[in-house]
Ligand binder design. Structure first.
Ligand code: GRF
Length: 209
């Protein structure tokens, strides 16, 4: 698989997606429900997690989709460990003929090697209005900053964290009595609509970076 723009897919020849998760996978569940409710121009053929214990793997399995946890291999050298892990991930993606990789709550930072292989076909959703509040604690940072508006962003992944061309964003109000948990839940509801719809538009060639 070479990097570059994806082919323009149709409902008769949908883009083959892999979804990568780390946790409960509510975004994965929403995407699968969307894909299974009617014919779409993308379908999930593989679910990968960075742990065999990731609860979200069950969403894939219960829908008959190959779903597996690939933990970090045991290597002394940390950068070799990351690369060895990504080689295992990449091998699974290639074996499943995956055309596009959808990060959905995947909590590992990918190396430039992996990003380079999948550039243009590697998407992420982040729970803030990027470029504001990148990083692993977006909701906490939003609340600490006291802003009245947050949201979510679907973007192509580049070599930096929560960076890369933005494909879509949607705003969400921050309420005065919000805590991290209430804000996360409200933003997730919007993520669950925005990500599948953005995939429709990106896979079918209606939007480009
Ligand atoms: C989502 O808010 C996503 O934007 C962020 O991690 C969360 C994943 O939630 N990167 P879930 O595992 O899909 O429930």
């Amino acid at each position: 698989m070479e990097s570059g723009l994806p082919r323009a897919s149709t409902i008769d020849n949908p883009t083959r997606l892999a979804v990568m998760i780390s946790g409960g996978g509510s975004g994965l569940a929403a995407l699968l429900e969307y894909q299974l409710s009617e014919k779409r121009c993308h379908r999930t053929v593989l679910v990968l997690a960075d742990s065999t214990l990731a609860g979200g793997l069950e969403h894939g399995r219960s829908n008959g989709i190959r779903s597996l946890g690939i933990p970090l291999p045991i290597e002394k050298d940390k950068s070799e460990q990351r690369l060895a892990h990504e080689r295992l991930v990449h091998d699974e993606l290639v074996s499943a003929d995956v055309e596009m990789v959808v990060l959905s709550g995947y909590m590992r930072i990918l190396t430039p090697w992996f990003v380079g292989l999948w550039k243009g076909r590697l998407l992420n959703i982040h729970p803030s209005l990027l470029p504001d509040f990148p990083g692993a604690h977006a909701h906490r940072d939003v609340l600490a900053a006291g802003v009245g508006l947050t949201g979510c962003t679907v973007h192509l992944v580049d070599e930096r964290v929560d960076s890369g061309p933005i494909l879509a964003q949607r705003q969400v109000e921050v309420k005065p009595d919000d805590d991290e948990s209430t804000l996360q839940e409200r933003v997730k509801k919007i993520e669950h609509i925005l990500y599948p719809e953005t995939l429709d538009r990106y896979c079918s060639g209606q939007i480009s970076p």
